[in-house]
Write a new protein. Structure first.
Length: 319
C-alpha cells in the first residue's frame, strides 16, 4: 500500500510539502526496524553488543543537530538543508560499499495477513515479562521526553537568551555524550549487571535532566548547565539504548524480531505525539520551567519504575 493513501484520505487538501514529509516518516519507520537486522547480518552473535555500540542511532544525532545550528546562523537555513540532503547521499554510498555476504531468510510457506502479524508482535511483547517492562518504560520515557522536545528550543531561546549557534553547540554536546556512552556501555554492564545498568541509566538520566529547568543566571552559566545535561543525559541514554536493543534481540525469536521491533517502536512513537500535546498545554498553563521539571522527574522515576519489573534472569543473557 502506498503510504500516502491514508493521510490523503484523511486530509485530501493537504498543505504543501506534506507528501515529502510523509515519505520521510515512512522511511524513518522502515529504517528503525531494518537496521536491527543489518547489524545482526554483519557481525556474529557474540559481537552484537559491539555492533550496537558503534551503530547507536543517537551517536550522530547530537552532533548533526549542533552543526545545523551553526550552519543556520553562519550560512542560512537553505544551505543547512542542502548539507543535510547530501549527508543522505553519503550514507547511501556507504551502505552500497558493504560487501559482507548476507544469508536471505527462507520465505514463509503462507504469508499471514498484516493484521495478524501486528497482533502477533504486540502479543509477543506483552507476554514476555522483559519485553513488556521495556515497552512500558519506553512509552513512559517517550511521553515525558516529548515535553522536553517541544519546549527545549523555546526555553533556551526565550527564557535563557540562546542564539542559534549557542543552541546548536549545546545540543552537539549530546553527540559527545553519546560517544562516551557507547564506550562505557560494556564496562558499565560488567560492573553493575544488565538489570541495574538499565534501571540506573534511566533514573540518573531523569535526575540529570533537572539541570535544564534549573538553568539560570548569566548566559555562560546557563549554557554550561544545559551542556552538562546534554553530555551526561545523552551518554546515559546511549548506554541504555545499546543494552536495551541487545537484550531485545537476545530474547526474541528471529522470526518475530521485526514484528517485536515494530511493536516497540509503535509503543514509543505512538504515545510521543500525545506527550508533545500535553507538554505544550502544560507549558502554557503551568509555565515552561515547571513543565520541564515534571518531564525530568516523570521520565526518570516512572520509566525506572517499570524496569524494576525486569526479571533477574536478564543478567544471564549473553550479549
Amino acid at each position: 500500500m502506498n503510504p500516502l493513501i491514508v493521510p490523503l484520505k484523511i486530509c485530501p487538501v493537504a498543505p504543501t510539502g506534506v507528501a515529502a514529509y510523509t515519505d520521510q516518516i515512512s522511511g524513518i519507520v522502515l529504517w528503525s526496524v531494518l537496521w536491527l537486522f543489518g547489524i545482526a547480518a554483519l557481525v556474529s552473535v557474540g559481537a552484537i553488543l559491539v555492533g550496537r555500540a558503534t551503530h547507536s542511532p543517537h551517536l550522530s544525532k547530537g552532533g548533526i543537530i549542533g552543526l545545523a545550528g551553526v550552519l543556520v546562523q553562519a550560512l542560512t537555513a537553505p544551505v543547512a538543508i542542502l548539507v543535510d540532503s547530501l549527508s543522505f547521499v553519503v550514507s547511501a554510498f556507504s551502505l552500497a560499499a558493504i560487501r559482507q555476504p548476507e544469508t536471505m531468510p527462507a520465505a514463509p510457506a503462507e504469508r499471514q495477513p498484516i493484521g495478524h502479524e501486528i497482533i502477533e508482535g504486540l502479543a509477543a511483547v506483552w507476554h514476555e515479562p522483559a519485553l513488556r517492562a521495556l515497552a512500558l518504560s519506553s512509552g513512559t520515557r517517550s511521553f515525558f521526553g516529548n515535553f522536553i522536545g517541544v519546549l527545549y528550543a523555546l526555553y533556551a531561546i526565550r527564557e535563557l537568551g540562546f542564539g542559534a549557534a549557542a543552541l546548536g553547540l549545546t545540543i552537539a554536546m549530546g553527540g559527545v555524550g553519546d560517544l562516551l556512552g557507547a564506550l562505557l556501555a560494556q564496562p558499565a554492564v560488567q560492573r553493575f549487571g544488565l538489570r541495574r545498568t538499565l534501571i540506573g541509566a534511566t533514573l540518573l538520566g531523569g535526575l540529570i535532566s533537572l539541570l535544564v529547568p534549573l538553568a539560570r543566571g548569566p548566559l555562560g552559566l546557563a549554557i554550561a548547565m544545559l551542556m552538562t545535561s546534554q553530555l551526561l543525559g545523552d551518554g546515559l541514554r546511549s548506554i541504555f539504548s545499546i543494552h536495551e536493543i541487545s537484550l531485545r534481540q537476545a530474547i526474541t525469536p528471529d522470526r518475530l524480531l521485526g514484528r517485536v521491533s515494530a511493536s516497540m517502536n509503535l509503543t514509543a512513537g505512538g504515545i510521543g505525539p500525545l506527550g508533545a500535546l500535553v507538554g505544550g498545554f502544560l507549558g502554557g498553563a503551568l509555565g515552561i520551567r515547571p513543565t520541564l521539571a515534571l518531564a525530568a522527574l516523570g521520565g526518570g522515576i516512572l520509566s525506572a519504575f517499570w524496569l524494576l519489573r525486569l526479571p533477574a534472569t536478564v543478567d544471564d543473557e549473553n550479549h
